[in-house]
Design a protein around this ligand. Structure first.
Ligand code: PLP
Length: 419
């Protein structure tokens, strides 16, 4: 017993030393985090940063409150879709003019998939992964029905995806970092393979942006979409982004041809003429409040050297994994993610027979991750606000809950609407 307490102390000391030497440590102060909470869910909903709160109050009180409709011209609201798009572009390796902010990821998937298949009118096959994030599969299903089920939607096991991309393939749609396992698809290789056979790739970067190095231009990517509320910390329901490589701009057309994607929205012409460039991926009015919060949080991310962010996320993830192996072996956890941190994004998942109840019990004790059916417990590593010593509390709490089986209490079994 004394030995366990001693090793626990040594562990805490070495984690404290890592915090003391952490070049990103000061960034934590830029966030508003509840006390006594280890927040390991920035991969699902990033926390509020002080700059976003301040920006929101300015937008609400001074811009919307005082400028009213003039804000579109005086406060930069009209330009925010492209301006913020370019800032996000810097996080995903995209040169300016190829990324816009609008709508949700699901809607942007619909638009980009439709635009991508229209670029290969002679082909009828779309390849994706079984177990992809549900919205990607559902949107694909909806699009194919919309097109009279004229498409062969080929849903492959992960290991078969690469080889199944062939001369009949119009589009490949994949999530770069898997939502549950965190496994990373090799973007450069898949883009190359698809281009060798004349296919187009649409990437879902929801779990990649600001989490792993992502190089769209350098890997010759075609299209991409991603969420604003995960590692980008834009807030619940923050608008999403769309990337389209400049070489596709002239030809690409998407079906949600709303007025914000028109070449001259304020001419009020009866006929739709798409805007030049990436703006044709827009549909309706930009959600200015959400985009403003997102812009503040993206500005904060851009203050930090990306390699420092990525290497701290990997280190947090590796130490967490090692501590779980040391302290929670034999307690029913099974690693669902790749064991190598190089092969996974900034989250890790474990399956447990009572995963839902264990996660509810953890949340009640101030360690916040999330649950993904049927058994997955997901923990995220956000380098801007997480401390190495947080891992100590997290693993200790996981051990106590699993060891005592306190999760069997009926309060933790009750299913909530959002898991
Ligand atoms: C990979 C992936 N794509 C898309 C989404 C969500 O899309 P939307 O913002 O449209 O709900 C998620 C949400 O968790 C996701 O993990």
């Amino acid at each position: 017993m004394a030995d366990t307490a001693r090793s626990d102390r040594i562990e805490l000391q070495s984690l404290q030393a890592l915090d003391d030497a952490d070049p990103l440590a000061a960034m934590r102060e830029r966030f508003l985090l509840p006390k006594n909470t280890v927040y390991m869910n920035g991969n699902s909903l990033g926390p509020l940063c002080r700059d976003a709160r301040e920006r929101m109050s300015t937008v609400v009180d001074s811009e919307w409150g005082k400028e009213l409709i003039r804000g579109w011209n005086t406060a930069g609201w009209y330009e925010i879709a492209g301006r913020l798009g370019d800032k996000i572009g810097r996080l995903i390796g995209a040169a300016p003019g190829q990324t816009v902010v609008s709508d949700s990821t699901s809607v942007n998937l619909f638009k980009t998939l439709a635009a991508a298949v229209a670029l290969r009118p002679e082909r009828r096959r779309i390849v994706t992964e079984a177990g992809n994030f549900p919205t990607d599969l559902y949107i694909l299903d909806g699009l194919s029905r919309q097109m009279g089920q004229d498409f062969d939607v080929d849903i492959r096991r992960r290991d078969d995806v690469f080889d199944s991309i062939d001369e009949q393939t119009a589009v490949v749609v994949l999530t770069h970092v898997h939502y549950l396992s965190g496994a990373i698809f090799p973007m450069a290789e898949i883009n190359q393979r698809a281009h060798d056979v004349g296919a187009i790739v649409v990437w879902d970067l929801s779990h990649s942006v600001a989490a792993v190095p992502t190089e769209l231009d350098a890997t010759a990517a075609d299209f991409a979409v991603g969420c604003g509320y995960k590692h980008l910390n834009g807030g619940p329901g923050a608008p999403a982004f769309t990337y389209a490589a400049a070489r596709h701009h002239r030809e690409m057309r998407q079906p949600l041809s709303g007025w914000f994607g028109h070449a001259e929205p304020f001419v009020f012409d009866d006929d739709f003429v798409p805007a030049q460039g990436i703006r044709r991926m827009l549909c309706g009015t930009t959600p200015v409040l959400g985009a403003s919060a997102l812009e503040a949080s993206v500005d904060l991310l851009l203050e930090v050297d990306p390699s420092a962010r990525h290497s701290k996320a990997k280190k947090l993830s590796r130490i967490f994994q090692e501590l779980i192996e040391q302290h929670c072996a034999g307690l029913g956890l099974r690693l669902v993610s790749p064991a190598d941190t190089e092969q996974r994004g900034a989250h890790i998942s474990y399956a447990h027979e009572h995963g839902y109840a264990v996660m509810q019990n953890l949340i009640a004790k101030g360690v916040v991750g999330d649950f993904r059916a049927p058994r997955g417990m997901r923990f995220g590593f956000s380098p801007l606000f997480m401390r190495y010593t947080d891992l100590h509390k997290a693993v200790r709490t996981i051990f106590e809950i699993l060891d005592s089986r306190s999760y069997l209490d009926s309060t933790y079994q009750r299913k909530q609407a959002v898991t």
